[in-house]
Design a binder for this molecule. Structure first.
Ligand SMILES: [Zn+2]
Length: 338
């Protein structure tokens, strides 16, 4: 089967012929339909995830597929099930790391990977859904959508009418804007240095669009969520927090980078401001995914405008280029059509 393989740091992925090994306890073989591409994969390509020692390895952590075969002990999914492939742990067994064969050698990959025709996945990284759930929706339920909804719903205790700024409006950022609007935040300020993002942000229910957090002159902001991971952007944003301000870091700064806090005394104003790094929105896949699907089915959650680009697996590097360009919402990789 074909798989996108990271073989060297800062180098494009190779599409290789890879074989799956026999399933071990708690492992599931999935035929992949579609996968999203997440900024986190750019970090892997740059070697920021301490992953150089694991090369070569397979890639991707949000996808949708059909269960082909289950290993010993698997009880939560069955052959033929449509599944969300997610990186947060859900129900079922945490299996050993999956192994594949590349050029007659065994390679080890993450507990879930999605940028291949088939993947061996740990049972607890899969959640079954109804067959009629759109595959693209399932893919972003693996990371972009669940992280964004989880940040708003599980992590920040957003109050009606609190102000929210989202910095960096890619896949996760656009979902954050929509999630904040579902909780009646106001204003919802989309911040992106790419003017082309304005329409997408407004469609996602942003009330304001600006290029830089310093362009917001209407006072302080209650919740600022950074998806860029750029230290200078985070420094500027912390200064914009209101007295009950909460700063959430989604984008990860590069290793060994510093984030400065100017006027750090101001953090003690009001009720005490907080800065927090999210862990995937503290998503519980088995509990959260069905709720979000229900919202979609009842027109309470719009997703179609998020999918700005589609590429086939063989062109996966074009997908990464689109993500780097800053022009994309969510890039979807088509793998098996049906
Ligand atoms: Zn992700």
């Amino acid at each position: 089967m074909k798989a996108a393989v990271l073989e060297a740091i800062d180098y494009p992925l190779f599409i290789r012929d890879v074989k799956c090994t026999e399933l071990k306890t708690g492992q599931v073989l999935v035929r992949n339909l579609v996968s999203g591409i997440c900024g986190s994969q750019l970090h892997e390509i740059r070697g920021y995830k301490n992953n150089k020692k694991f090369l070569p390895h397979l890639m991707g952590h949000e996808g949708c597929g059909i269960v082909e075969e289950i290993g010993e002990g698997v009880t939560t999914v069955s052959a033929g099930d449509k599944v969300v492939m997610h990186w947060r742990q859900g129900l079922g067994i945490e299996s050993d790391f999956p192994k594949y064969i590349l050029n007659d050698a065994i390679i080890t990959s993450g507990k879930v990977t999605t940028l291949s025709e088939y993947s061996i996945v740990s049972e607890n990284r899969l959640t079954s859904v109804d067959k009629d759930t759109p595959s693209e929706l399932c893919a972003i339920l693996g990371c972009a959508l669940t992280t964004a909804m989880g940040i708003i719903d599980n992590e920040i205790n957003l109050k009606f009418g609190e102000s929210v700024a989202v910095i960096g409006c890619g896949g996760i950022g656009l979902n954050l804007i929509q999630a904040a609007s579902m909780k009646n935040a106001f204003p919802i300020i989309a911040v992106d240095n790419n003017l082309n993002k304005k329409d997408l942000c407004i469609k996602s229910n942003a009330s304001h669009f600006i290029n830089n957090i310093n362009d917001f002159h209407q006072g302080k902001i209650d919740i600022i969520i950074d998806t860029t991971g750029i230290p200078s952007v985070i420094t500027d944003a912390i200064n914009k927090l209101s007295d009950q301000g909460r700063m959430i870091l989604v984008g990860q700064p590069a290793p060994e980078k510093f984030v400065q806090i100017s006027n750090a005394l101001n953090l003690f104003n009001g009720i005490g401001k907080t800065i927090k790094a999210t862990q995937g929105g503290k998503t519980s896949p088995h509990f959260d995914i069905p709720r979000y699907i229900k919202l979609y089915q009842n027109d309470r959650l719009q997703i179609d405008h998020l999918f700005t680009h589609r590429v086939p697996l063989v062109d996966v590097n074009k997908g990464f280029d689109l993500l780097r360009s800053g022009n994309a919402g969510r890039v979807i990789v088509s793998i098996n059509e049906k």
